[in-house]
Design a binder for this molecule. Structure first.
Ligand SMILES: [Zn+2]
Ligand SMILES: [Zn+2]
Length: 440
């Protein structure tokens, strides 16, 4: 097994130049959620060139892909993302890779390539499946892929994210619903005959008032946030249409179900009190991450096996010039079992197969997420060296899971135990396409 892992790591060291070119190309494409056509194609092509059988498009997601290698033995999934963000380019109106998904998708493809290469050379049995997961930033890709059965049949999976330290995340995340409430009223002249109007904006405001009162009566980790995306067009016209977009987050899926029901009741109250009608659309629904301690330890072991990358003086100087005095992390930090507040649709996958979550140094400590300051670091050595550490660690993890029966057994047993009696509910309606209201 050590030979397999060593082989993959050495092979990937030799692929670093090619991987960097791909990551830079995706960085330049900077395609946002559901528009990642060129980025997906580039990764699909490279996987195909390395002997993977590539399914281009998954269900209603043309920019998703599944690349498979091997026909028998344990199946390990490697999850990649490649969507960029609005406002994260070198000027406010430009898109950019402010979350480092150019590195994310590339590392995941190369992890799969490295693991498959080691298996092929050694003749060992095993399957490697690389998942191209679009639209992470809008929390949609994996939700729809999971609904459509993309992750069925895996023994385990591993994923990663660019960060400011090298470590394994062992804790949970918040579950979440993203719901849009649309209110429909009647227009009238706001001064001449307002009695003939029914304000859709009043519906939204009454709803929000109800939700804001509710905040006192929810447990502390609950987070509810909204934006009014349509509030009418002119003060002298009673608004006939208004729209509010909510995120409801809590540590457990069951809590979110209950909270969303209370939020819905506030929406109904808004409609009733304002004499308007209301329509709701669930855009996406995310599970909390289901931790798997055996798998987290396996990822961490492999991160230690691979070791942390170090930076050149130029890279360190680049970080200092951006304003970061604290040095770039060049060692392996301990596994972190803490739960975190944000939500991620990786959580949905974690209920379908055991999922390991790696974090790798790709930016200087203190760099704001989703910013041009981050984007710059993901387009040069600081991020690109981290990308290769991620690729090597995930390849080695996949090879340990495939090659060491006792490890996979432990991971699976923990998963079966934690999901006993659980049946996956996709939560979003059957047949609904991603982003049905065109929200961005
Ligand atoms: Zn991200
Ligand atoms: Zn992000």
């Amino acid at each position: 097994m050590d030979d397999l892992r060593r082989h993959a790591v050495d092979y990937l060291d030799g692929q670093a130049g090619e991987a960097r070119e791909i990551a830079r190309e995706i960085w330049n494409f900077a395609e946002i959620a559901l528009e990642e056509f060129k980025s997906a194609e580039l990764l699909e092509d490279v996987l195909e060139q390395h002997g993977f059988e590539v399914q281009r498009g998954v269900g209603d997601l043309p920019t998703a892909f599944i690349a498979r290698w091997g026909d028998s033995g344990p199946a390990v999934g490697i999850l990649g993302e490649y969507d960029a963000l609005p406002h994260c380019g070198d000027s406010h109106e430009k898109q950019g890779h402010g979350c480092g998904h150019n590195l994310f998708g590339t590392a995941s493809a190369y992890a799969a390539i490295g693991a498959a290469r080691a298996l092929r050379e050694s003749g060992a049995k095993g399957r490697v499946v690389c998942f191209g997961c679009p639209a992470e930033e809008t929390l949609e890709g994996k939700v729809y892929m999971a609904r459509d059965g993309a992750f069925d049949g895996l023994d385990a999976a591993v994923t990663w994210h660019p960060g400011e330290k090298n470590f394994t995340r062992g804790g949970s995340t918040n579950a979440m619903d993203s719901i849009v409430f649309e209110f429909y009223g009647e227009t009238a002249h706001s001064a001449r005959d307002p009695w003939n109007g029914r304000s859709a904006l009043d519906g939204v405001e009454i709803m929000n008032y109800g939700v804001n009162m509710m905040r006192e009566h929810v447990i502390e980790p609950v987070k509810i946030h909204y934006v009014i995306t349509d509030g009418g067009v002119a003060p002298n016209v009673v608004p006939s249409y208004s729209r509010v977009w909510y995120y409801v987050r809590a540590p457990k899926r069951s809590m979110v179900n209950e909270l969303s029901e209370r939020v819905r009741n506030c929406a109904k109250a808004g409609a009733l009190a304002s004499g308007t009608t209301m329509k709701e659309t669930l855009l996406t629904a995310v599970y909390e991450n289901l931790p798997n301690s055996a798998l987290a330890h396996c990822v961490q072991r492999n991160l230690e096996f691979v070791g942390a990358h170090s930076y050149t003086e130029e890279a360190k100087e680049f970080a200092r010039k951006l304003g970061y005095e604290e040095p770039l992390s060049e060692d392996v930090s301990p596994l972190d079992p803490a739960d975190i507040r944000p939500s991620n649709e990786r959580g949905n996958v974690s209920w379908l197969t055991p999922l390991g979550n790696l974090m790798v140094t790709c930016h200087a400590p203190g760099t704001p997420g989703h910013s041009w300051l981050a984007t710059q670091q993901y387009g040069m050595e600081i991020g690109e060296k981290g990308m290769m550490t991620a690729a090597k660690t995930m390849a080695a993890t996949a090879l340990e899971l495939i090659g060491d029966e006792s490890v996979l057994k432990q991971v699976r047993e923990e998963f079966e135990e934690k999901t006993r009696g659980f049946a996956y509910d996709p939560l979003i309606p059957e047949g609904q396409k991603p982003n049905p209201l065109g929200m961005r």
